[in-house]
Design a protein around this ligand. Structure first.
Ligand SMILES: [Zn+2]
Length: 250
C-alpha cells in the first residue's frame, strides 16, 4: 500500500466499475439534468455509492481547515503525445498514448485520460472556477490518482486551443487529434496542492481516488470557456459532504 509520503492510508475496492465508466457505451442513463446527480444512486445498483458513500467528490477545499505540510512528491513525466479526443456524452475527453506518467512519492501512475468540467467541481472556500480539468492516472495496482486543475478566465490557452479547434460538438467516437501537443504545458507552474481521499465525480462514484488539486489555476480566454459551455453548460457534480476527511495542503 502506497502512502504517498503522508500519514493517511486507505483501501481500494474493485476498479472494474471505474474502468467501465470510461467506456462511453457502458454508462447507465445518467446525466446532469433529468437523471442528474441527486438521482444517480437510484439509476443502477452499481451507482448506489453515489448516494450512500461517505467519501464522495467533489468537496469544498479551505486552507484554514487543511493540514499544512511540505509535499514535494509529484513528478510529471508528460510528453509530446499522439492524442484522441472524444465527446462521450458527459464531457470532452482526451486520451493520450501510453507514455505519460505521474510519480507520486515512489508510486508510478500512467495517465489514462483527461477531461473537463464547466463550471469547476471542486470549490475553494465555496468559490467555483469557470472550469476544472481532471487528469486521471492509474498505477499497476489499479489505484487512481486524479489531478484537478482549475481554469480561470484570462489569456487564450494555446494548448487548449488545439483541442478546442477539434472538439466534437456531439457525442460520438474518438478522433485522432491533428498535431502533437505537449500536455506538460497544461500544468500550472506552482505545484502547491490540496490532497484528500475521495471518489469519481461521475457514476459509479467509486471511492478509489487520491485527489490532488492544484491551487494555482491555469488560464483560458472567455471565448474558450464559452465554447466549452456551449457544448456542456453544466457538467459538474455538486459539492459533497466532507464527513471529517483529512485534507492536506502543501
Ligand atoms: Zn472529472
Amino acid at each position: 500500500m502506497a502512502t504517498a509520503g503522508t500519514a493517511f492510508s486507505f483501501s481500494f475496492p474493485s476498479l472494474t466499475a471505474a474502468v467501465a465508466s470510461e467506456d462511453p457505451n457502458n454508462h447507465g442513463e445518467w446525466d446532469y439534468d433529468q437523471n442528474g446527480p441527486s438521482m444517480w444512486g437510484e439509476i443502477a445498483p452499481d451507482f448506489k455509492v453515489c448516494e450512500m458513500g461517505t467519501q464522495q467528490s467533489p468537496i469544498n477545499l479551505e486552507s484554514k481547515s487543511a493540514i499544512h505540510t511540505q509535499l514535494n512528491d509529484l513528478t510529471f513525466d508528460y510528453h509530446l503525445s499522439a492524442l484522441h479526443i472524444v465527446n462521450n456524452g458527459h464531457t470532452i475527453q482526451v486520451n493520450p498514448d501510453h507514455n505519460n506518467h505521474l510519480t507520486l512519492a515512489t508510486d508510478k501512475f500512467d495517465l489514462l485520460q483527461f477531461h473537463f468540467h464547466h463550471p469547476s467541481e471542486h470549490v475553494i472556500a465555496n468559490e467555483h472556477f469557470p472550469m476544472e480539468a481532471h487528469f486521471v492516472h492509474r498505477n499497476s495496482q489499479g489505484e487512481l490518482a486524479v489531478v484537478g486543475i482549475f481554469i480561470k478566465e484570462g489569456r487564450e490557452n494555446h494548448v487548449l486551443k488545439t483541442f478546442w479547434e477539434q472538439m466534437p460538438e456531439k457525442k460520438g467516437p474518438s478522433r485522432l487529434v491533428n498535431g502533437h501537443v505537449n500536455i506538460h504545458q497544461l500544468l500550472p507552474n506552482k505545484k502547491a496542492s490540496y490532497r484528500y481521499m475521495g471518489s469519481l465525480t461521475t457514476p459509479p462514484c467509486s471511492q478509489i481516488v487520491r485527489w490532488i488539486i492544484f491551487e494555482e489555476p491555469i488560464e483560458a480566454s472567455s471565448e474558450q470557456i464559452q465554447a466549452f459551455a456551449k457544448i456542456y453548460p453544466h457538467n459538474n457534480r455538486p459539492v459533497q459532504p466532507n464527513n471529517h476527511r483529512m485534507i492536506i495542503e502543501g
